[in-house]
Design a protein around this ligand. Structure first.
Ligand code: FES
Length: 148
């Protein structure tokens, strides 16, 4: 946490410095000179990456019944075993860590060594993986699938 915070501060500071330089370049005759550190590099250190928390993944209707969909950026695969039932799993294959890629024939399939996982519970149904995909929680609110 500390490392990432300080890295962020450094990046913010670099950004502020760049902004100050370009500002100075643009307004050379306005006498602003030192431009008073408006950037405050410390700001926003607490954020803690809440981007995905509670974030909507997409419309529930986009998940085909008897199938599913992989949300690559969120590293989650959402399945829909039946009309009103949605399940979610970490998209990281339990064999060697590839990202699962598609859902076919009631299975979530990893492209690396062809491991397959049941869309109902993430349990391995074929290939070299022996452990189930890690479950995640999702809710459907207002027709949207959201990470819980
Ligand atoms: S990493 Fe998924 S099958 Fe090997």
């Amino acid at each position: 946490m500390t490392a990432s915070t300080s890295r962020r501060s450094v990046i913010a500071a670099a950004g502020a410095a760049t902004a100050a330089v370009s500002l100075a370049a643009c307004s050379s005759d306005s006498g602003g000179g030192e431009s008073k550190d408006t950037g405050s590099g410390e700001g926003g250190g607490d954020g803690g990456g809440g981007d995905a928390a509670g974030g909507a993944l997409g419309k529930a209707s986009e998940i085909p019944e008897g199938g599913g969909k992989v949300f690559k950026d969120q590293k989650v695969v959402v399945t829909r075993p039946s009309a009103n039932e949605y399940k979610a799993f970490d998209s990281t294959c339990t064999h060697q860590g590839c990202a699962v890629k598609e859902i076919t024939g009631g299975n979530i399939v990893c492209p690396c060594h062809n491991s397959k996982f049941d869309i109902n519970d993430g349990s391995p149904t074929g290939g070299p993986a022996k452990k189930p995909l890690a479950p995640k929680k999702v809710v459907v609110e207002g027709g949207e699938i959201k990470l819980a």
